[in-house]
Design a protein around this ligand. Structure first.
Ligand SMILES: [Zn+2]
Length: 213
């Protein structure tokens, strides 16, 4: 009787171990097939999240420079843009993990922070160059692959980047100081505090939830 019980326990132990091993292998295969299915999309997400990470650090550095010049309007702008870029990085990171990929922030080398006027000029050139080289192509690829979730994120980011260019150009050209900036916490859309939508046109967040800088 005792021997029979021991045999049953051993049998149960091996069945359990086999079941765990099977589930583990299946989850690996499932994650791997997701990664293969969405490879182009994951590459686009990695490009966007890495660029947003590097740009957020640059804007942080430009905000510190503006503070040393007592240019608090541009300091607020750079802080708002850095926050917006971090939201974009997190959106892409979340989507990457959802579709079986991994994201780790790239190493960002030191960026030369000169005067605030020069930093604005460089920011405009960089944002324009990035925008003209992409032209929404990543969002188009996501739509064509049937991934509407990622397409929506990339369309939001593209729209936000156009807003960034407008705000940077205005800060570069205008002599009048803005009272501050607002950032949509869901998609990173950015506004002057004097002029904003009641609801974010991209994600429908109410303006009372916008983060103020
Ligand atoms: Zn929004």
């Amino acid at each position: 009787m005792k021997t029979r019980n021991i045999a049953i326990i051993i049998f149960c132990f091996f069945c359990g171990a086999a079941l765990i091993a099977t589930l583990h292998i299946r989850s690996k295969i499932s994650g791997r097939s997701l990664e293969l299915q969405w490879k182009a999309t994951l590459d686009d997400l990695d490009t966007h999240s890495s660029a947003a990470h590097i740009q957020s650090l640059r804007y942080d550095s430009y905000a510190r420079q503006a503070a040393t010049e007592n240019d608090h309007t541009r300091q607020k702008l750079f802080l708002a843009l850095a926050h917006s870029e971090r939201i974009h990085e997190q959106m892409c990171k979340h989507a990457t993990e959802l579709f079986g990929g991994n994201y780790s922030a790239p190493y960002a080398g030191a960026d030369l922070s000169t005067t605030t006027a020069e930093n604005l000029r460089r920011s405009i050139d960089s944002a324009r160059s990035q925008h003209s080289s992409s032209q929404g192509s990543a969002a188009t690829r996501a739509i064509e692959s049937g991934n509407r979730y990622v397409a929506r994120i990339l369309i939001w980011i593209d729209g936000c980047n156009r807003r960034h260019i407008e705000l940077l150009e205005h800060a570069y050209d205008s002599l009048t100081a803005s009272t501050g900036y607002l950032v949509c916490p869901k998609c990173g859309n950015t506004y002057h505090t004097e002029s904003y939508d009641r609801y974010c046109p991209f994600c429908q967040t109410h303006h009372s939830d916008f983060k103020r800088f």
